[in-house]
Design a protein around this ligand. Structure first.
Ligand SMILES: [Ca+2]
Ligand SMILES: [Ca+2]
Length: 330
């Protein structure tokens, strides 16, 4: 079944009209069974953290066809009363400095929101802003639109995602499982996906977003063609957090259902001192001039304690989930 992403057909804004003309699929809610196998994991010629390439085996699993949506997360919250990390005040202990040195707004509930800077920059601190009031229900902050049901949920921390996973009867994918699933059909290993293949950033990041693919920010699920596994938006739209701890590069000897380094061996240059998790696939903010991470092998660390406006997830399952009786959250 197909449905229009928007009914805003005659806005006078070419980008909005283009978006309105895009027809999005309504993906089947049942996960896809992948039988597992061997594939070439990693990449050697783009960013050093992605190598070395090595033959890697993964076992079979089921995987969600699309990123977890706001509709799905809202059902979890309604059933359990769950409150996410971004909806709670921040502990001063998280900063490691005396409380009187912490800017007060950083202690308010909130999350990191992309805000295009006024001048060209290659410093991520210039486009990431801690916005009090930003959380999964208000992905662009308190003054922006509310969460749209068919868009991927964002602004979740690790504990939020795993709480949802337990309730749903699934788990976070390993990096190898995720990359195996995303490698279906052997997408181009280095080029930016065509505008009809994935939601990424066309133009010069972070100043000029041409929106050639029809979306300035997050897209609803199902607006871009699925891969040969029937999976939507593995590359692009929002980053997807996996179970593995992050450190730059792969262990070449860890190639049979690898689960990444131990917590003690985790290391994230962008989040020193944090046991970050690996996230995959890039987002709507990935552009050729800055973040060429719209590829299956691409990876980055994700601070487990805070979400962002371009980070989501999807689940995998070891058995077909029983959708009739999700367990109560502890
Ligand atoms: Ca886009
Ligand atoms: Ca994605």
């Amino acid at each position: 079944m197909l449905s229009a992403c928007s009914d805003n057909a005659e806005s006078g804004n070419p980008a909005e009209e283009q978006r309105a003309a895009i027809v999005c699929a309504t993906p089947n809610a049942e996960p896809v069974r992948l039988e597992g196998g061997t594939f070439a994991m990693g990449q050697d010629d783009i960013y050093a953290e992605e190598g070395p390439v090595r033959e890697t085996r993964v076992g079979g699993f089921w995987i969600d066809r699309h990123e977890v949506t706001n509709r799905q997360f809202a059902a979890f919250v309604k059933a359990t009363g769950y409150v996410t990390i971004a909806q709670k005040p921040v502990s001063p202990d998280a900063f490691g400095v005396p409380a009187d040195q912490i800017p007060p707004h950083l202690l308010l509930p909130g999350s990191a929101v992309f805000t295009a800077p006024e001048k060209p920059s290659r410093n991520y601190a210039d486009w990431w802003t801690y916005v009090p009031g930003a959380n999964w229900t208000k992905p662009y902050g308190p003054d922006g639109p509310g969460a749209r049901p068919n868009e991927p949920v964002v602004h979740l921390g690790w504990d939020d995602m795993t709480a949802y996973a337990r309730w749903k009867g699934g788990r976070m994918p390993t990096e190898a499982e995720w990359e195996f699933a995303a490698s279906a059909g052997k997408p181009s290993p280095d080029a930016q996906p065509a505008p009809d293949k994935a939601n990424s950033w066309q133009g010069v990041f972070p100043m000029r977003n041409l929106e050639t693919d029809g979306f300035k920010e997050i897209a609803p699920i199902g607006c871009f063609a699925p891969d040969t596994n029937g999976l939507y938006d593995m590359v692009g739209n929002v980053w997807e957090v996996t179970a593995d701890y992050y450190r730059p590069g792969h262990d070449p000897d860890d190639n049979d259902n690898p689960r990444g380094p131990s917590r003690q061996d985790a290391r994230d240059p962008f989040n020193p001192g944090q046991a970050s998790r690996v996230m995959k696939g890039g987002s709507y903010l990935c552009a050729p001039n800055y973040c060429q991470r719209y590829r299956p092998a691409a990876r980055q660390g994700r601070d487990p304690g805070m979400g962002a406006s371009n980070v989501g997830f999807r689940l995998v399952y070891d058995r077909m989930p029983d959708r009739q009786s999700p367990p109560a959250i502890p």
